[in-house]
Design a protein around this ligand. Structure first.
Ligand code: FES
Length: 273
């Protein structure tokens, strides 16, 4: 290829690649848009987030609950009790508003998602090696990139959420103190599994586990640490897969609890409900 062809500024939407590079950014655009729209809608509903003993992950943990709302969590499920008077009246009394910022921040600053949504939503670049135009005014780590450093701290909150969602999934096997199982129990149990695979494959977590070691076979590293590091590295290599699976599963979980609470579908369970 002639050098002049490489340096020529492409016209709008023209690239030097002849393959279907645009499919992945397009799928990311559609997938993330669908999730954001659904999650925002679900958070604003402020109802039908609890059914039988199933709690939607969008609303967990419940800080306050308004028990006058249909499909709300019982008071014993709320960490601080009933809905407070100080809540601004123009906002729905939604427990989701109080907790979604933490998992939201973790996802937003995730190294994988950054690359994905920069390409899909802002086309900067549209895909790797597509643009061919050098970034003349790149200024290094500024504004949004500095904000993205919060990821290493959001990781700690995400790890706490794993325990919270694991507790929710265990609670989903009990109805009024009676051990049993329903489709919802299985649906909710998938959340800590998939979110665990996503969170423990985080680049920041991998660094915490062993990123500061230069040599695992050297004296002092130890086989246990090496083994954990290898497993975390496997999760890290599959980070994109678990990012999407866990993202969609929390949406599916909310939809399932919502539909059961609304009476649109019946949960098959051993409690005979
Ligand atoms: S890099 Fe994706 S969750 Fe940390």
């Amino acid at each position: 290829m002639e050098q002049s062809a490489v340096l020529r500024k492409p016209s709008f939407a023209e690239t030097l690649r002849g393959d279907t590079w645009w499919i992945e950014p397009l799928l990311v655009l559609m997938g993330l848009s669908a999730f954001i729209i659904y999650a925002t809608w679900a958070a604003f509903q402020a109802n039908h987030y609890f059914a039988i003993s199933y709690l939607s992950p969008f609303y967990s943990p419940v800080i306050y609950t308004d028990t006058s709302v249909v499909g709300s969590a019982p008071v014993w499920h709320a960490l601080l009790g009933t809905w407070p008077e100080w809540w601004p009246s123009f906002l729905p009394a939604s427990p989701a508003f109080l907790i979604l910022v933490f998992p939201g921040l973790f996802r937003f600053t995730c190294y994988y998602y950054r690359g994905a949504y920069y390409k899909a939503f802002a086309a900067t670049p549209p895909a790797c090696a597509v643009s061919g135009i050098p970034q003349k005014n790149y200024q290094g780590e500024t504004f949004l990139l500095i904000f993205q450093n919060l990821h290493r701290y959001a990781l700690y909150a995400a790890i706490v959420y794993l325990f919270i969602l694991a507790a929710d999934s265990i609670a989903a096997y009990f109805y009024q103190g009676q051990l049993g199982i329903g489709v919802g129990s299985v649906v909710l149990s998938m959340n800590p599994v998939l979110l665990g695979a996503y969170t423990l494959g985080c680049h920041s977590f991998r660094h915490l586990i062993g990123g500061r070691k230069d040599c695992f076979s050297c004296a002092g590293a130890g086989p246990l640490k090496n083994g954990v590091y290898q497993k975390v590295s496997w999760l890290n290599r599959n980070h994109k897969l678990f990012a999407w699976m866990s993202l969609f599963w929390v949406g599916i979980s909310d939809a399932y609890v919502r539909l059961v609470s609304m009476g649109i579908i019946t949960d098959l369970n051993t409690w005979g409900l």
